[in-house]
Design a protein around this ligand. Structure first.
Ligand code: SF4
Length: 63
C-alpha cells in the first residue's frame, strides 16, 4: 500500500490526522498535510482508506 497527498488541493481540514494519526500530520506553518508513513503497514489499511474517504478535498490517494 502506498499513500500520496497532493498539497496543492489540501485545504488543511485535518480529517486525515484525526482518522490516521500514525500516517498523517499537518504542517505547523500552514496546516497542509504531510505523510509520515508513505508506505503504511497493511494493518493500517482500514484507517488509511477511511482517511482517504473523509478528506473533503480528495487530496489523498491510496494505491
Ligand atoms: S483531510 Fe485532506 S484536506 Fe484535510 S488536511 Fe488531510 S489531506 Fe488536507
Amino acid at each position: 500500500m502506498r499513500i500520496t497527498a497532493d498539497t496543492k488541493v489540501c485545504v488543511s481540514a485535518g480529517m486525515c490526522v484525526l482518522t490516521a494519526p500514525e500516517v498523517f500530520d499537518q504542517s505547523n506553518e500552514d496546516g497542509l498535510v504531510t505523510v509520515l508513513l508513505p508506505e503504511p503497514p497493511e494493518e493500517l489499511r482500514e484507517e488509511v482508506a477511511e482517511a482517504v474517504r473523509l478528506c473533503p478535498s480528495r487530496a489523498l490517494d491510496i494505491s
